[in-house]
Structures are given as C-alpha cells and as structure tokens.
Design a protein around this ligand. Structure first.
Ligand code: SF4
Ligand code: ZN
Length: 305
C-alpha cells in the first residue's frame, strides 16, 4: 500500500481509509486547520492573538501553524504559558516551549501559580484535598483570561482538538451541564465584552492522533511527557471510554462533534439570556455568580493553609 496521492510510503491512515505519506499528511493537516480558521472566521486582520501554550503537542502545533499565517492574514501573536507547578512534568514542557519560541522568534510570557497565587498546584492539592484537575482548570482559566487581557490580546488561541471537545460534550451530558455545552464550539465568548477574551480553537476538527502525528513529523517537541495527574480525573475516564469506542467503531468522535455542531446554534439560542456576567465581588474578574471560582478557591486556601 502506498500514499494515495504520490505513490510513496504512507505514514498515516485516515479514518476514511486513505493512506498518506509524510509530505501529503502535513499538507492535508495544515489545509484542514486553515479551512477551520476560514469557515469559522477565527482570525481577522489586526487581531492580537495570545496563544496559550503548555509546551505539549497540541499547543505547539497551533502556535506553529498560526505563526506561519501572521503575515498573510495580517495579525500579531505571542505565547503565554501557565506554570502550575507540577513536579516532573511542567519543568520539561517549559523547556520545549522556550526552545520553540526562541527558534521561531515568538515572544513568550510565563506566569506561575506560585507567583500569582502563592502556591504550586502540588502544594494546593495537599492543602485543599481536591482533585488536581478541578483546581488546575479553575486557576488556569482565570490566569489565562486575566493575563491575555493585561497583555492586550483580543483573542486567546488554545490547542483543543476534536478529542478534547468530544470528551467535554460527553462529560457535560453525563453531568447534566447542557448550559455549559452551549458555550462550546470553535470560537467562544462574546465579541463586545472586553472582560472575557474570546477563545479560538483552530485544531477543533483534528483528532488527537492527527495532532500527535503532525507534531512528531514536524519535530515540534522533545520527549513525550504526561501530566502526573492525567489519569486521576473524570475526563480521563471519559477519554478512555471514547478511545475504546473509537477502536471498535471508527469515526464516533467525529460523529459526536459533527452532530454537536448541528445542535449548537439551538443550544446557544436557548441559553442566550440565561447567563449574566457579573464582576467578581473580590477580584472584579468576570463570573456568572457573585464571586468567581478562583476567589472561592483562594478563600479556601487561606482557610485551610
Ligand atoms: Fe492540570 Fe489535570 Fe491537565 Fe494535569 S491533567 S495539567 S492537573 S488539568
Ligand atoms: Zn474573583
């Protein structure tokens, strides 16, 4: 079996059964990401885009592709890395992020939980006795939005891929959080609310396996490392379940996303007036209740430390 397009040795088998060689796979991947950007109008002339990076395959892939588009589409970009303080994990990915940004002359800002919040994630979970991903998610979202806004970005690009989004859709179903699903999609947030930086997900239609292959073929990162808390989460259980399904029934993840995109406009319409955005009583950051989740956790940390 050879690459369908150029008769050379294939490196990737698409779910459609088509085999592609290295060069055709890279072309296929970049073209599909550019199409996702174009169809969903993710980037406009004059944008200042903050790319949230971890140094892992997804975020370096999105940074690499957006970096090649800056001149053509006439926008600016910089990278922002949140160092949660996860021993034997984040230290490695920070090195990959710094190397990539240095080589590609991209300005990189690093913000740490320790400097901003007083504790590393490792320390926080010992104090709070909570699931690491819950604490990590709340503070990461909080710092990404706050720092991207302070650095004058009007959009925040993330490396979320199709697997991530399919997991989130299913998790919201399992937890009866349909109003949260109404806020998903390739672009989220409200255009005219300056407090929330709009999020864009250029890898929305690319599977995790495709992103991993692209990052590997383009040699975007060093050794693959996984967060030490990766398996200790509800998301981890949903991910394993979906991977198992995908092995037995090719295309289920893609089908979850395609059908979700079909009902998303109806969900957005149904929940459009149900979430008011207030300023947090403690930190003034945007929140749907009186106090934001980050300040609730900061109070708990003060109480229990
Ligand atoms: Fe944070 Fe959990 Fe991701 Fe680790 S796996 S980086 S703790 S959200
Ligand atoms: Zn707050």
């Amino acid at each position: 079996m050879v690459c369908k397009k150029c008769d050379t040795e294939p490196v990737y088998l698409l779910t459609s059964g088509v085999r592609l060689c290295r060069s055709c796979f890279i072309k296929y991947f970049e073209k599909k990401v550019r199409k996702t950007i174009r169809i969903n109008n993710l980037i406009e002339k004059g944008d200042k885009i903050c790319v949230a990076i971890s140094g892992g395959k997804d975020s370096l892939t999105v940074l690499n592709i957006l970096n090649t588009l800056t001149k053509k589409k006439n926008f600016e970009l910089f990278a922002l890395l949140i160092d949660e303080g996860i021993k034997n994990y984040r230290d490695f990915t920070i090195k990959d992020a710094e190397k990539f940004c240095n080589e590609n002359k991209i300005k990189l800002h690093i913000v740490s939980f320790k400097d901003e919040l007083g504790y590393t994630l490792d320390e926080m979970i010992k104090i709070l006795g909570m699931k690491p991903c819950t604490v990590c998610g709340v503070f990461r979202r909080y710092l990404l939005n706050k720092k991207a806004r302070e650095l004058k970005a009007n959009k925040l690009a993330t490396g979320h891929n199709m697997d991530d989004e399919a997991q989130t859709v299913i998790m919201n179903q399992f937890k009866k959080n349909i109003d949260v699903s109404a806020r998903l999609g390739p672009m989220t947030g409200v255009k005219d609310d300056k407090r929330f930086i709009r999020r864009i997900k250029p890898l929305y239609l690319m599977s995790e396996k495709e992103v991993g292959t692209y990052a590997f073929l383009k040699q975007l990162m060093g050794k693959f490392t996984e967060c030490t808390y990766e398996n200790d989460s509800f998301r981890g259980d949903v991910r394993d379940m979906l991977n198992d399904f995908e092995m037995k029934h090719h295309g289920v993840k893609n089908n979850i996303i395609t059908s979700f995109l079909e009902i998303l406009p109806m969900l957005k319409n149904k929940y459009k007036n149900k979430s008011t955005i207030n300023a947090c009583i403690s930190c003034k950051e945007p929140t749907s209740s009186d106090q934001c989740k980050a300040c609730e956790l900061k109070d708990k940390l003060k109480e229990k430390a």
